[in-house]
Design a protein around this ligand. Structure first.
Ligand SMILES: [Zn+2]
Length: 241
């Protein structure tokens, strides 16, 4: 094996391995926010005629409904306009005009992004453009027609409906849960440090990079073998709802 072969081998090995993401207590913040909003939002059940119209506008074969974003097999219906932006409700609700068939990969990847920007993004992980889908422009056209189909229902002022104090109390409860989780994470970090010290002798060469509280990843790196791997931030509000 020549030196360049071994350099290539090293590169391939580094690319082949990925430490599983660890969901820390604090990395669940966006999931908690989505749950706090989703549980309040009205769900309007569509009529069969509306389902038929929706699928027609999207150009779907009734016997083989596909993801409106990428064309893969449909597994769920996704909110076209996000329910949560910047940790607060947008006011959009669950109704067929704001839902499109999607695959799990697109739903996960899109999260609470604006659908058009996400579809054309080549850097968003697993977006249709990043995955090299060829008919993105045509799909965008169909989704634009879908948006024109009917104006979305939007709750403009939650405070006006619920009262300022009741609405503020709800978000104080949200903040308390997040504060409790941050405290629990500190305890968990101490516990993990003790567990790491108790690891068997043969694992002593393993370096554990402490979890940054803003991240959901723990990188375990073998000394002298791997360069320092960058910690990745969980995108804000990334959990699909
Ligand atoms: Zn898809």
């Amino acid at each position: 094996m020549t030196p360049s072969d071994s350099a290539l081998q090293r590169k391939l090995l580094l690319a082949a391995f990925q430490m599983p993401a660890v969901a820390t207590l604090v990395s669940r913040k966006s999931s908690i926010t989505n749950a706090f909003v989703n549980t309040l939002i009205p769900q309007i059940v569509p009529s069969l005629e509306e389902i038929e119209q929706a699928l027609k506008i999207l150009g779907m074969d009734l016997a083989d409904v596909r993801c409106a974003y990428c064309g893969d097999k449909m597994t769920e219906w996704d909110h076209l306009r996000p329910l949560v932006v910047k940790q607060r409700p947008t006011g959009y609700i669950s109704e067929i005009g704001n839902l499109v068939p999607a695959c799990g990969k697109c739903n996960q990847s899109k999260g609470n992004s604006s659908w058009r920007e996400w579809m054309v993004s080549t850097t968003a992980r697993h977006s249709p453009s990043a995955r090299g889908k060829k008919d993105v422009a045509e799909r965008i056209g169909r989704l634009e027609a879908y948006e024109r189909w009917r104006p979305p229902t939007k709750i403009h002022d939650f405070e006006a409906i619920l009262g300022t104090e009741e609405w503020a109390a709800y978000w104080r409860a949200w903040e308390k849960i997040n504060a409790d989780l941050r405290e629990c994470q500190k305890v968990a970090d101490d516990l993990r440090a003790k567990i790491e010290k108790a690891l068997p002798q043969q694992l002593r060469g393993v370096v554990v990079i402490p979890v940054d509280l803003r991240t959901s990843l723990v990188n375990v790196v073998r000394e002298n073998d791997f360069p320092a791997l960058p910690l990745q931030d969980e995108p804000e509000d990334s959990s699909p709802i």
